[in-house]
Design a protein around this ligand. Structure first.
Ligand code: NAP
Length: 265
């Protein structure tokens, strides 16, 4: 096998959630450039249509779909839509996520519930629907997006960190349950990547960016990493491509940390 054969996704069908922005958009476009047809899903309709346009303008195949991953029926319908359009599903990337900041003692139940609904139950539904079809097919690869927060406790992100830690366990459990059917399940744990999610650190109340604050945050984050830089969405997409490709054919139940070396558990 050649290196290009190993990473070739021609003829494979992928579903990517969170595809309207950041890591999800980078993943959808990279998988499409490797040959996969990609159903791009996001809660925001216009950005996800834009992602599909980017894929198509690069010669790839994509469909755009508005989905709230916290709604089971919408996740079921998303997976069915990919099967209806292309007849199967080979790759499921559960990337959609939200952040909520509050200390444990100040956290409101409504905020805890929403983070769990999107970051944990949304991934659970995505895994469940994809795995059911992949088990029938006797093949498939699922990648869940977790975070460095699974290793390094930080103040103020308890809801997010708890959900991501739970998804790490979901990933291992599903890998154990589906391995005998030829289905692989892995996770990627990014470090700090500049995206819509992390720009909250330097976004002003009117939505504009504070350039000085951005520089200060990025350089502080970069200093914490042995590689002395923050991540780009493409850094994370590259790890997803590896995991869903034949190059990772003997890899399941793993969490790959793509974080510049910030944590090395
Ligand atoms: P992002 O740019 O905010 O992208 C996340 C996308 O998911 C957004 O388009 C978001 O829409 C969408 N989304 C939110 N709730 C959804 C829902 N219920 N159903 C469907 N889509 C929904 O953030 P990102 O940094 O690329 O994050 C992607 C993933 O990487 C997340 O799981 C995140 O936790 C993880 N991650 C990111 C970092 C980082 O440093 N950026 C680090 C570790 C892990 P809205 O914009 O409307 O919310």
């Amino acid at each position: 096998m050649t290196s290009s054969d190993l990473f070739d996704l021609s003829g494979r069908i992928a579903v990517v959630t969170g595809a309207g922005s950041g890591i999800g958009r980078a993943t959808a476009t990279l998988l499409a450039s490797a040959g996969a047809a990609v159903l791009c899903a996001d809660i925001d309709e216009e950005p996800v249509k834009e992602t599909a346009k980017i894929v198509e303008s690069g010669g790839g195949t994509a469909l755009a779909r508005r989905v709230d991953v916290a709604e089971r029926a919408e996740v079921t319908e998303m997976i069915e839509a990919a099967s209806r359009e292309w007849g199967r599903i080979d790759i499921a990337c559960n990337i959609a996520g939200i952040m909520h900041q509050s200390m444990v003692v100040d956290t409101e139940e409504v905020d805890l519930d929403r983070v769990m609904a999107v970051n944990l139950k949304g991934v659970f539904f995505g895994c469940q629907e994809a795995a059911r079809r992949m088990i029938e097919q006797r093949s498939g690869s699922i990648v869940n997006m977790v975070s460095s927060a699974i290793d390094a406790p930080a103040p103020g992100i308890v809801c997010y960190a708890m959900a991501k830690a739970a998804v790490t366990q979901l990933t291992k459990t599903l890998a154990v349950e589906t391995g005998k059917f030829g289905v692989r399940v892995n996770a990627v744990a990014p470090g700090f990547v500049i995206t819509g999610m992390t720009s909250r650190h330097f976004r002003l109340d009117d939505g504009s960016m504070d350039a000085d604050r951005r520089e200060a945050v990025v350089s502080a984050m970069a200093k914490m990493a042995p590689l002395r830089r923050v991540g780009e969405p493409d850094d994370i997409a590259g790890a997803v491509l590896y995991l869903v490709s034949d190059a990772a054919g003997f890899v399941t139940g793993q969490t790959i940390r793509v974080n510049g070396g910030v944590s090395m558990p």
